[in-house]
Design a protein around this ligand. Structure first.
Ligand code: SUG
Length: 438
């Protein structure tokens, strides 16, 4: 089995709308002018770097934005290019967000080695805590069903019921730890509140994921070995709206801020098998400001691990020193760090690890993938971005019908390039099929 990272392509509508209460970067950059082209190219550079290490790299297409189905359901009519002129600014921001780029929130994935029926299971996240993200589940379900269509190998479940009791944020709150050459594994499900608690559970910021949602996903996936752990209130109130802002696991290594969890993970996970790397040399505020723990932890071919970290870590000397300490510490396999500039998308509060959905696959499963999404041509994708993306985008542009047509043209060309057929609602309706196509 090997891990394939499916990175989300940053969509052409990438903008700073300040939509995520509790996500400090998102609210702090509200109203700034964005550069979608640069954001997409920075994301592609990350994919290229991972591929240059000899690691399999996949890509997931952005969602249709503005989201035609939501505009239609809200009474703005069938044609998104007309609807954007009638929709008020707040509705437009909601249906135009490019947040689907953060594919760590697209779904939770359990590899076949972990599941009773021996299939890879996917549950698209319902992302209920934020209106602009709650519209993603439907498209994520369709996209994953298109790519992982082979029912002998894959099971794509529907998103959990759309109630706050089952609010689910996907793989950002899920880590698979494994050892003994993959023969032993635990899936760690992290949640922020009990379903019966209010969204902020008496704290400052929303607790996006419920224990009930995590348990339902583990049940649906028939996970043989699942552990449930609550995020600390302190971490969420410092701006760690997802656990992957304060912890990252890979192989048998769990790297985490010492105050990430409500309970010491050493109490719940096998201490003889897992290499715990708690970090208490930096504050939660520093962790959130630099996104150190939102690094990707990658296993290289020699078995050592590389931390693919945001540039902001390198620029904060005391945080970078903490990284040097981790690298120098011979009791963990993390040996290298690579800093990458993902600033454009990070200004919305999503770092390197948010941009990727990890799917561990064996050879037969890899063969069973549909579409040209695995190891695509990064050259061709860059050319596509250069041709279609704007370098400046601000709120008023979202109401421009020409911009809607521009994004549709870009997305149609992309689905052709990736061999994904009519993936989007606007493609299905314009070709005369029903909204759901089936
Ligand atoms: O859900 N930001 C995303 C960032 C998601 C990061 N993902 C992980 N940690 N895995 C969010 O808060 C901001 C959109 C805006 O403000 O325009 C936003 O949706």
């Amino acid at each position: 089995m090997s891990e394939v990272n499916f990175d989300g392509l940053v969509g052409p509508t990438h903008n700073y709308a300040g939509l995520s209460h509790g996500n400090r970067a998102s609210t702090g950059n509200a109203g700034a002018v964005s550069n979608p082209k640069r954001a997409a190219l920075q994301g592609l550079a990350k994919m290229r770097f991972a591929a240059s290490l000899g690691l399999p790299q996949g890509v997931l297409p952005p969602h249709e934005r503005p989201h035609g189905p939501t505009l239609r359901r809200l009474g703005f009519g069938d044609d998104p290019a007309v609807a954007v002129q009638a929709a008020p600014a707040a509705a437009l921001r909601m249906v135009s967000s490019a947040a689907s780029m953060w594919t760590a929130n697209a779904a939770t994935v359990s590899p076949s080695a972990d599941t009773v029926d021996g299939r890879v299971h996917f549950t698209p996240a319902n992302l209920l805590a934020n209106a602009h993200r709650a519209i993603e589940g439907e498209q994520s379900y369709r996209t994953l069903n298109t790519i992982f269509a082979d029912a002998d190998h894959f099971a794509v479940h529907e998103p959990l019921p759309a109630t706050l009791m089952f609010a689910d944020e996907g793989a950002a709150n899920h880590t698979r730890l494994h050892w003994a050459n993959g023969a032993e594994a635990i899936e760690l499900f992290v949640y922020g509140r009990e379903g019966a608690e209010s969204l902020d559970a008496g704290g400052s910021f929303p607790r996006r994921q419920t224990r009930e949602a995590s348990e339902a996903v583990a049940r649906l996936h028939q996970v043989k070995n699942a552990v449930f752990l609550r995020q600390s209130a302190e971490a969420i109130d410092s701006g760690a709206f997802h656990n992957d802002v304060v912890a990252v696991g890979n192989g048998n290594v769990l790297l985490y801020h010492a105050h990430a969890f409500d309970e010491d993970p050493m109490n719940l996970l096998p201490t003889d098998a897992i290499c715990f790397v708690p970090v208490d040399g930096i504050s939660l505020d520093d962790a959130v400001a630099t996104y150190l723990f939102n690094s990707q932890l990658l296993t290289l071919h020699d078995g050592s691990m590389l931390l693919l970290a945001p540039q902001a870590v390198a620029e904060a000397p005391h945080v970078a020193r903490e990284v040097d300490r981790i690298l120098a510490d011979g009791s963990n396999p993390i040996e290298r760090v690579q800093y990458l500039d993902l600033r454009e998308s990070m200004r919305n509060g999503g770092g390197p690890a948010c941009l990727r959905l990890r799917v561990e696959l064996n050879d037969a499963e890899r063969e069973a993938i549909s579409g040209n999404v695995l190891n695509p041509s990064f050259d061709a994708l860059e050319v596509w971005v250069e041709r279609h993306y704007r370098e400046r985008l601000q709120a008023s542009d979202l109401a421009d019908p020409a911009f809607v047509r521009e994004t549709h043209d870009a997305l149609s060309e992309l689905t052709d390039m990736l061999g994904l057929g009519d993936l989007y609602d606007f493609q299905r309706t314009s070709r005369g099929s029903t909204a759901d196509g089936e």
